[in-house]
Write a protein that binds this ligand. Structure first.
Ligand code: NAD
Ligand code: UDP
Ligand code: UDP
Length: 335
């Protein structure tokens, strides 16, 4: 496929070992939503051997079923809060629940995953000389006072709130990445991922796009949390995976925002889902959860300039692809 191929690489990388010899790549959290799409893409390159380490907290073997048994693929049940000994050239470190209902379910475990899990993967990277990419999050900007958010913004984060296990956890993970880089010379990459959607999202994980699509398909009212004017910017998962691979392969540590700058209010999103999937569905306003950021939109100038990356899939084109996948999994065919 040519569509997602990175543009010509800067000269030092053209001769990197990636393009010359086999690469052994560890993907932590590879049984999850973004991780499994990343694995699909990495496996397309016949020079890659992929090892997934996942504890199946929010991920599933089902997401990887087409690779199980493949000679270039290996799946390990492993919790990243425990040390891991493998020999690899690159580490994509994704392991961490991403949905608020899952990361709030056991907040102490979420912090351990972010802090001890990242420390272990950095220890591994140091021992074997691997390059490591962390999937950080737009949540490091908290409830942002600057809009849209550039990477230079330090954020407005509540350190003691119910989301802190996730957003402060990721902030410490970023700090650890930079300290290993400065202190031990580890090659690091940090992606700050903004809301991502697409096939294989957990159907009942409480995130807004999966909620609205599942509700529309089940004929239940779409639950817009008040006030409904809060905004998010949604990136289709294939665009996200292209951005992550570019970041890993190119020569910039980041942090780099990877997301789609198209910004929508939650009422607009509900209306779009209603129009595309079920025109007669109701929209209900319901109570919100604490610390909900009011607005969020990535400034992707850096990704464009440094990685030649920008998203291609519009929300209106991505939602039907997700609808198709949800219909299959829910067993609801198109009337
Ligand atoms: P996901 O929940 O589908 O995937 C996370 C994976 O990590 C799952 O397979 C889960 O089982 C695994 N995992 C969790 N804790 C683990 C542990 N202690 N040890 C081993 N495996 C563990 O989430 P996702 O949407 O695919 O997110 C992937 C990464 O991207 C996460 O780091 C998340 O913080 C980041 N991110 C995602 C979004 C988004 O919109 N989806 C936004 C910002 C950042
Ligand atoms: N670690 C790991 N795999 C390795 C090497 C290290 O999981 O291949 C873990 C190790 O158990 C430690 C962490 O990474 O808890 C940090 O390792 P580092 O060598 O940086 O620190 P130290 O072991 O000296 O505390
Ligand atoms: N949201 C909503 N209805 C839902 C679930 C979420 O209106 O059924 C809103 C929520 O208040 C937030 C936005 O959608 O403003 C995004 O929430 P999500 O949990 O998907 O992601 P995050 O808050 O991590 O960006």
């Amino acid at each position: 496929k040519t569509t997602s191929k990175p543009p010509p690489l800067p000269s030092p990388l053209r001769f990197s070992k990636f393009y010359q010899s086999n690469m052994r790549i560890l993907v932590t959290g590879g049984a999850g939503f973004i991780g499994s799409h990343l694995v699909d893409k990495l496996m397309e390159n016949e020079k890659n051997e992929v090892i997934v380490a996942d504890n199946y907290f929010t991920g599933s073997k089902d997401n990887l079923r087409k690779w199980i048994g493949h000679p270039r693929f290996e799946l390990i049940r492993h919790d990243v809060t425990q040390p891991l000994l493998v020999e690899v050239d690159q580490i994509y470190h994704l392991a961490c629940p991403a949905s608020p209902i899952f990361y709030k379910y056991n907040p102490v475990k979420t912090i351990k995953t972010n802090v001890i899990g990242t420390l272990n993967m950095l220890g591994l990277a140091k021992r074997v000389g691997a390059r490591i990419l962390l999937t950080s999050t737009s949540e490091v900007y908290g409830d942002p006072l600057i809009h849209p958010q550039p990477e230079t913004y330090w954020g407005n984060v509540n350190p003691i709130g119910v989301r802190s296990c996730y957003d402060e956890g990721k902030r410490v993970a970023e700090t650890l990445m930079f300290d290993y880089h400065r202190q031990h010379g580890i090659e690091i990459r940090i992606a700050r991922i903004f809301n991502t959607y697409g096939p294989r999202m957990n159907i009942d994980d409480g995130r807004v796009v999966s909620n609205f699509i599942a509700q529309a398909l089940r004929g239940e009212p779409l639950t817009v949390q008040k006030p409904g004017t809060q905004t998010r910017s949604f990136c289709y998962v294939s665009d996200m995976v292209d951005g992550l691979i570019r970041l890993m392969e190119w020569e910039h540590t980041g942090p780099i925002n990877i997301g789609n700058p198209g910004e929508f209010t939650m009422v607009e999103l509900a209306e779009t889902v209603k129009e595309l999937i079920k025109p007669d569905v109701e929209i209900n306003m319901v109570e919100n959860t604490p610390d909900d950021p009011r607005q969020r939109k990535p400034d992707i100038t850096k990704a464009k300039e440094l990685l030649g990356w920008e998203p291609k899939v519009k929300l209106r084109d991505g939602l039907p692809l997700m609808e198709e996948d949800f219909r299959l999994r829910l067993g609801i065919s198109k009337e």
